[in-house]
Write a new protein. Structure first.
Lengths: 96, 96
């Protein structure tokens, strides 16, 4: 199991413009055969700070996601409106 | 619904020492009546970077969590070993 947090930072004046892009990205990604979960959240203190929480069975599934038509088309359109570079963290489950 | 990402940064030499503290914090928190989910992950690139992904029905449930005996006791013990301050983000679901 691979957990991912990906964060986008969008200029305030473009938040409305990226909404349909985010919506399509979420919808299309959830249809991917190997997507376990793909949820998008908005920072309560910053309406341009978008946080994707994702779960994939393995790295190959994430790589396949990043190679899809919808990812390759939508992410650059979203990133045109970013105010700083996005970040991502790849994580394993804690087991003690 | 309230989603939370809380991040801890632990000194490498104390990762083993905080493991039982994290384990107890996860176990006790999941027993809280109003906890929807409370999962802990570790950054694949940094074994001292711990990421809690939490879900609560509302802010009152999160505030109650922060006032529990286990939170008040365990978090300061964990933080004694941090290499920098932790961070947290409170988020709403994206709905387009």
């Amino acid at each position: 199991m691979l957990k991912v947090i990906a964060q986008d930072f969008i200029k305030p004046e473009f938040v409305d413009a990226v909404t349909p892009l985010h919506k399509e990205l979420v919808e299309k990604t959830r249809q991917e055969e190997r997507c376990v979960s793909y949820d998008l959240f908005i920072d309560q203190k910053d309406s341009g700070h978008f946080v994707f929480i994702e779960e994939w069975p393995d790295r190959a599934a994430l790589d396949a996601h990043c190679a899809t038509e919808h990812f390759a088309r939508l992410v650059p359109l979203i990133n045109k409106h970013q105010r700083k570079d996005g970040t991502y963290i790849l994580m394993d489950s804690f087991t003690a």
